[in-house]
Design a protein around this ligand. Structure first.
Ligand SMILES: Cc1ncc(COP(=O)(O)O)c(C=O)c1O
Length: 456
């Protein structure tokens, strides 16, 4: 047996290679306040409940307590009535999986038991929706978005609704462009046709309510809209809780019943699962409960203000440098383009080499050119000036040598740099260029193969 001191030393060493989110250099993947006291509280709460298990809430009372509290909070945020019930999950993907499963359950009742039901998804819908349909053996029908607003094309969507449709999913907001789909128009039509509507508010659910409280106009997307039948919202995004907490809310108990897996007949314990996972730690729920109570309404409004301030300063500064926003700004997410594609790569590469982690989104025919994506968080307020100074310097400089060499290598052989993925700050560009040069089906297969290799 090794000593715990030595293992802790090794852990510190391993951790030192990770970016510290509190520095504000990440503009994607995380949701960070930068408040050290809050991080410390979450860590303590997490470790206090590390050994506590949500497998059977009759055994660990804390599991039930935290889940009920967090779901009640989510219901208040989404203006839910008493007919709304919910489940705490481990993340947005799991919440969406349950929403899709609930829709399949309702659809298959009665005469349509053997049909393959269909989920209608806008182009901008998060891949977790397709993943859920894939796991649940359902069909996906994609609907285009309006090239200007980047919101789902409602007329095109209406044409796709049929007797096969079990669910329509819309986003508040969608991840790539940050716009909120016209939930009211979609839900009104869907209600008329008897089709369920899920709102993916995984990103927006914990911040848009505070935008409203600040007096910002937010298009209606929650249970105030007649016809919305389920909503997913992630505490571990703009709720700023440790990873592992999302909520899915259902209008009516029947939908929730459709998500519960029961096996009372096997020889072991009576199994009743409300989530995809069975044994799961209560730690994330304890962390979330603590963060939600620590911040309270005032804390969340204050953080939403910081997000808006940082977002607007970033937007104004980047516009001065020639960037244009690709969609109306309705959320904390920005997608920005430049007229010249090479300039955009130069910018992304230059900023990456300076240690900033920003999203790079692909061009989509008729919708958007290559663009950068910024998920703006409260922690960014303190780095806006530095970010913009670095941006200016990068824009004034010639393309970095590393970029030119990487693009030339990919031009010669698209896979020549594949083995270096994970080792250079230019990963995002290398991956984007590889994907651009390899057609869809092949790319998927290569991605699977490379992933197997990476984890070996
Ligand atoms: C709009 C949207 N929905 C769902 C998800 C999935 O969330 P998770 O990564 O927690 O599974 C994401 C993740 O970024 C998202 O942006």
């Amino acid at each position: 047996m090794d000593s715990s001191a030595r293992i802790l030393e090794a852990l510190a060493q391993i951790k030192s290679r990770d970016i510290d989110p509190s520095e504000g250099r990440l503009f994607t993947y995380i949701y960070e306040t930068g408040i050290e006291e809050l991080r410390e509280l979450a860590r303590k709460a997490y470790s206090m409940f590390l050994e506590t298990n949500a497998l059977d809430p009759t055994v660990f009372k804390s599991a039930l307590f935290f889940e009920k509290e967090i779901v009640s909070h989510a219901k208040r945020l989404m203006n839910a009535g008493p007919d709304v019930v919910g489940t705490a999950t481990y993340g947005g993907t799991e919440s969406i999986m349950l929403a899709v499963k609930a829709a399949r359950w309702v659809y298959r009742k009665g005469s349509r038991a053997d049909w393959v039901p269909e989920v209608i998804v806008p182009l901008t819908g998060h891949p977790s929706i397709r993943k859920a349909a894939h796991y649940l053996n359902m069909r996906v029908t994609e609907v285009p978005v309006d090239p200007e607003t980047k919101k789902v094309d409602v007329e095109a969507l209406k044409e796709k609704v049929s007797t096969r449709t079990a669910l329509i999913v819309v986003s508040a907001p969608n991840f790539p462009y940050g716009t909120i789909d016209p939930v009211r128009d979609v839900a009104e039509y869907a209600a008329d046709k008897g089709v369920l509507v899920h709102v993916d508010a995984c990103v927006g659910g914990f911040i848009l309510p505070y935008f409203e409280k600040m007096g910002i106009d937010v298009p209606l997307y929650d249970f105030r809209v007649e016809g919305v039948t389920s909503i997913s919202l992630d505490a571990h995004k703009y709720g700023y809780t440790p990873k592992g907490v999302s909520v899915v809310l259902f209008k009516g108990e029947e939908l929730k019943k459709g998500t519960i897996f029961v096996d009372l007949k096997w020889p072991g314990y009576p199994l009743i699962n409300t989530t995809v996972l069975s044994s799961r730690s209560v730690a994330p729920l304890a962390g979330a409960w603590s963060v939600i109570n620590y911040l309270g309404e005032h804390g969340y409004i204050d953080l939403a203000r910081r997000v808006v301030r940082a977002r607007d300063e970033l937007l104004a500064g980047l516009r001065r440098l020639g960037f244009n926003n690709l969609a109306p700004v309705e959320s904390p997410l920005l997608s920005l383009g430049l007229d010249d594609e090479m300039e955009l790569f130069k910018y992304h590469a230059g900023m990456s080499l300076k240690g900033w982690v920003i999203g790079l989104q692909p061009k989509v025919e008729g919708v958007a050119p290559y663009n950068i994506h910024l998920t703006v968080m409260p922690v960014h307020e303190k780095v806006v000036d530095q970010y913009l100074r670095d941006s200016e310097e990068v824009m004034r400089s010639p393309p970095p040598r590393e970029l030119v060499e990487a693009l030339e290598a990919i031009e010669r052989d698209p896979l020549s740099l594949a083995e270096r993925i994970g080792e250079t700050p230019l990963d995002a560009i290398i991956i984007a260029k590889i994907l651009e040069s390899i057609p869809g089906e092949f790319a998927d297969e290569i991605a699977r193969q490379l992933t197997v290799e990476v984890f070996k």
